[in-house]
Design a protein around this ligand. Structure first.
Ligand code: BGC
Ligand code: BGC
Length: 818
């Protein structure tokens, strides 16, 4: 393995901050509805239903109406509160699994949902409005153990097959129905224009043409159409996130978009017209801003464009506490969002004060009564269309408890995997020859978690193993079965070593799972594997073994060194649970048909890069994809020297590399401060702390116990990790204790801290992860914290720290007691 210098040049954070402060000053652009595509729902208003809604509205109190426009997450509400507050819907966020058990069964899900539903129809209410339940079924019913996991949207984009999308939508809806739910927060119809964005994989394409076709196909699949519209087999779809989530500057999640109105309409808005024309009943508003105005507060776009010009007659769902990001708003108070046209607040936390504030604001006129009636009318309209007033309870519906992860659904997923693969290079080695001895290597080879990416059993999907995926097949397992069936031999060795020389090797590698902002990067390099894949390919090639490289990733990445080193290169995206789909194509059982729906970069800094750009010069153009039928030799591609400068967002230290502007600082109470720059450093003055590099990239820190001193992680500018705290992330440090503490040790974020002495005293002598929820540090303003981690003690202590990052909270994680 090559030596990696400890501290890499850090830049661009300043540029980013400049861009952020510039945005605040910008005036919201005006909107010209005529620039936008007109649309029309195929469902139409039913006068009988509208009359019933009018009657219901006349009988409902303000309180009853407000309950319909608030959606808590189940973790923050008890069933009896549904009756008390007239709650109209509930969600489970990513990984909010029953009893915190990610192996929860279908029955566990139904058992979770049923009491909330029953509370909504409890006798004695003036009007009885059944509750509906929403989940992010974004690549299959991905929060549910044993569900079929389809490729993420980026792979589906490469398949160019709307009919396949419709079938995936149908299969997903059936699995959602099985668990007694009514509603999916999908499809994402973002058009990602800058692949640094952590949600690029949720986007079908950088070009709206594919997204438009897919939006329609997926909505029809999830909801049904015509005679099957919202029947027992279908659920409500949600086109998200409106609008311009894929257009933010720098690809920053929840960031600001400065595109023109014409581009916002043409590139990002067009697919909403298609989703509405296909009958989508829900649209989710986006976190991002447009010219400085948060979408949740943009009346021109939510009301004039979406509900006016595009004729959307369903409801606008909010995103997770996104209303709180509007200036002047908080989790629990945001009349401006509602007045702008939001119909349902996404309120996983703080929904009770939100309820009280909304009731007050309607009563004092801050929110017009007509606006509240409009929102509730839309919600009731969709509930009538879903026939919830006539349906039995979740546990008693005909489709509930039907098997999930069925062979039929898995066959669709396998087909989707095969159709999503894009062959970027094949200098003669593929298809695999029948009877060959094939080495299968790489950390992605037998790794269903990597195949599945984020939004899988947990929000980030980072904590899964193959044991979490019953019925699924890793790429290795799929290959082994087919290679052996053809009379060949499959040798599995993650690091590529083994006693027998193979005829050919397949190296499978790529990105490890992430979701939302956690996947934001400062460039389009492959950070998650830190060049291990390249070294493995080269090592095999040096032994004269032909190599096929298969990369799993949520975006196109600059990997020219890997492409050059290998004889063939396949972009496999995030294929999901059916790894055999890869074997179907590598063995030649079917040909490659996938074509790039995203332009492929030739440098790590070549982003944004989109088809139609002036001076468009990608490595592989939009639409590229080789096949067995149309082979071509790929020449050596240009290589760029250093590609691992900036790393992943919120991974502050990994394998000796610091993230974008982050560094370690030694400090004490006597105002002594010094930055660690990669070589041994002793705090001047008190000399209480000495930090030095270890050969493996870890940092050794020794406190001598003579004075109080701290080791801090931060950047020059304050860090904003408020959103991460809302998302229940933890600060996690991989620590080896070399000598246990002689006095109290505290772990801090900014000025807030918790004791970690007990953990350090009990730690073994190998690396272990010390992780504390960010919510334990709420005493610090997490939107602007000077440090993201601080280890402080006045005693003696000797530790090595190899990794510092934010990770998703594990069930049961709590704050260390004082
Ligand atoms: C995401 C949405 C998702 C919602 C509910 C948000 O953070 O942006 O895509 O539907 O959470 O989980
Ligand atoms: C996500 C949710 C997730 C939550 C974790 C949010 O930002 O959108 O889906 O469950 O964070 O606490």
């Amino acid at each position: 393995m090559s030596h990696r210098p400890l501290l890499r040049a850090a830049a661009s954070v300043a540029a980013l901050l400049l861009a952020v402060s510039a945005q605040a000053a910008e005036k919201p652009a005006t909107v010209h509805p005529k620039l936008w595509p007109a649309a029309k729902s195929p469902i139409g208003l039913d006068p009988v239903i509208e009359k019933r809604i009018t009657d219901m509205l006349a009988r409902m109190t303000v309180e009853e109406k407000v309950g319909q426009v608030i959606q808590p997450e189940w973790k923050s509400i008890k069933p009896e509160e549904v009756t008390q507050y007239h709650i109209g819907s509930i969600e489970n966020g990513g990984g909010a699994v029953p009893n915190g058990n990610k192996h929860a069964t279908v029955k566990d899900w139904v058992d979770l949902i049923e009491p909330y539903y029953q509370a909504s129809v409890a006798p004695g209410q003036k009007v009885t409005i059944p509750l509906i339940w929403a989940s992010d079924a974004v690549h299959g019913h991905n929060n549910v153990y044993g569900a079929t996991l389809f490729p993420h949207n980026i792979g589906l984009g490469a398949a160019h097959d709307p009919d396949l999308l419709k079938r995936i939508g149908e299969a997903t809806a059936a699995e959602v129905r099985s668990t007694g739910m009514d509603w999916s927060f999908a499809p994402t119809i973002a058009v990602a224009r800058d692949d640094r964005w952590g949600r690029t994989y949720e986007s079908y394409s950088e070009d709206p043409a594919i997204t438009r076709q897919y939006a329609a196909a997926m909505v029809s699949g999830i909801q049904g159409a015509g005679a099957t519209f919202l029947d027992d087999h279908h659920v409500i779809a949600t086109a998200k996130h409106f609008l311009g989530d894929g257009s933010t500057d720098g690809g920053r999640d929840q960031g600001n978009s400065t595109v023109s109105e014409a581009d916002l309409a043409r590139l990002h808005g067009a697919a909403y017209a298609d989703a509405i024309n296909a009958g989508t009943q829900s649209v989710m508003a986006s976190y991002n801003s447009w010219h400085g105005t948060k979408m949740h507060g943009n009346k021109a776009l939510l009301t004039d464009v979406l509900k006016g010009r595009m004729g959307f007659d369903g409801f606008i769902m909010g995103d997770w506490l996104a209303h709180a990001q509007i200036p002047g708003c908080s989790n629990s108070d945001c009349a401006p969002a509602f007045n702008a046209g939001l119909d349902i607040f996404n309120a996983p936390q703080d929904w009770k004060p939100l309820y009280a504030n909304l009731v007050r604001e309607v009563k004092d006129g801050t929110i017009p009564k007509a606006r509240l009636d409009d929102a509730v009318r839309r919600i009731l309209r969709v509930k009538f269309r879903l026939k919830v007033f006539d349906q039995p309870s979740p546990a008693n519906r005909p489709e509930t408890f039907k098997p999930i992860g069925t062979p039929e659904h898995r066959a669709i997923a396998r087909e989707a995997v095969a159709k999503s693969l894009v062959l970027l290079k094949n200098n003669g080695v593929l298809p695999l020859k029948a009877g060959a001895r094939v080495l299968i290597a790489g950390d992605g080879a037998d790794n269903i978690a990597m195949q599945s990416g984020g939004w899988t059993l947990s929000w980030q999907g980072a904590d899964n193993t193959n044991a979490d995926f019953p019925g699924a097949t890793s790429i290795y397992e799929g290959l082994k079965a087919q290679i052996e069936a053809s009379g060949g031999q499959a040798l599995y060795s993650p690091d590529g070593t083994g006693p027998q020389k193979p005829d050919v090797a397949i190296v499978i590698f790529g990105e490890t799972p992430y979701a939302e902002f956690m996947g934001d990067q400062s460039d389009v390099a492959l950070h998650h594997d830190n060049s291990e894949s390249l070294e493995l390919i080269k090592k095999l090639k040096a032994q004269g073994i032909p190599v096929v490289a298969v990369m799993m990733s949520g975006r196109p990445l600059y990997v020219n060194p890997q492409i050059n080193a290998a004889d063939a290169f396949v972009a496999a995206w995030l294929p999901g649970s059916e790894g055999e789909g890869v074997a179907d194509v590598l063995t030649g059982k079917r040909d490659f048909s996938g074509k790039l729906s995203f332009s492929w970069p030739k440098r790590p800094d070549q982003t944004p890069l989109n088809v139609g750009d002036k001076d468009y010069a990608p490595q592989f153009a939009y639409g590229f994809g080789l096949s067995y039928a149309a082979p071509a030799e790929t020449p050596q591609l240009p290589e760029v020297a250093d590609t691992t400068k900036y790393g992943e967002k919120n991974v502050y230290l990994s394998k000796g590399t610091f993230w974008n502007g982050y560094k370690l600082t030694l400090s004490d109470n006597a105002q002594h401060r010094m930055d660690y720059v990669g070589s041994q450093a002793t705090l001047y003055g008190t000399a209480a702390l000495t930090v030095s590099p270890e050969t493996d990239g870890a940092v050794k820190a020794v406190w001598n116990g003579k004075a109080r001193a701290a080791l801090e992680v931060g950047a020059d500018a304050p860090s904003d990790i408020a959103r991460e705290a809302n998302g229940a992330m933890m600060i996690a440090l991989s620590i080896r204790v070399n000598a246990t503490p002689s006095a109290e040790v505290r772990l801090g974020v900014g000025s807030a801290s918790v004791p970690v002495t007990g953990w350090l005293k009990n730690a073994s002598t190998s690396y272990a992860t010390l992780a504390v929820p960010l919510s334990c540090f709420k005493a610090q303003n997490l939107a602007a914290t000077p440090t993201v981690a601080r280890i402080e003690t006045a005693g003696a202590l000797d530790i090595s720290v190899s990794d510092i990052r934010l990770t998703e909270t594990r069930p049961g994680a709590s704050c260390p007691a004082e």
